[in-house]
Design a protein around this ligand. Structure first.
Ligand code: CMP
Length: 143
């Protein structure tokens, strides 16, 4: 069980001016922020990040959406971070997300679902490495 996960505030979250509100939900739930930046994904970077979905019918639209504006990747720490964070954000489809979850509160569609959370400890580490260099995290936090 790892204590880190990667969140991404997606372009719709930034367009709706919800960065502050969503981060407040995350910190109120007991997550500590260990890394945070605003980036605009290139097509190549988005395709690399979502490689696992490359054969899905929604892949091209997903890449268009994720490169449509800036997003905010955040390294979070909490005990059992991956599972706890996925509970906080709710199901991929906001229509199916539990009451009080971030997607239920703010997301509008299965694609424009405001926020990403890693789905396993292994992917969390890979995804953190996608956005943050070892040196950046070492300089900031000593890890
Ligand atoms: P996430 O689970 O963070 O990562 C994969 C993303 O693909 C998902 O959020 C949605 O943004 C998008 N996605 C997943 N399933 C679908 C779908 N059926 N139709 C459109 N987009 C989807």
């Amino acid at each position: 069980m790892s204590n880190k996960t990667l969140a991404i505030l997606k372009p719709d979250c930034i367009r709706k001016n919800l960065i502050g509100e969503v981060i407040l939900k995350i910190t109120e739930a007991g997550f500590e922020i260990k890394g945070l930046k605003m980036v605009k994904l290139t097509e190549a970077s988005a395709k690399g990040f979502y490689e696992i979905h490359k054969n899905k019918p929604f892949f091209n639209d997903l890449i268009k959406y994720m490169t449509s504006g800036p997003c905010v990747p955040i390294v979070l720490e909490k005990e059992n971070a991956v599972e706890e964070f996925r509970k906080l954000i709710g199901a991929t489809d906001p229509a199916k997300a539990a009451e009080g979850t971030i997607r239920k509160l703010y997301a509008t569609s299965i694609q424009e679902n405001i926020i990403h959370g890693s789905d396993s400890d292994e992917n969390a580490q890979k995804e953190i490495n996608h956005f943050f260099s070892r040196k950046e995290l070492l300089d900031i936090n000593g890890f």
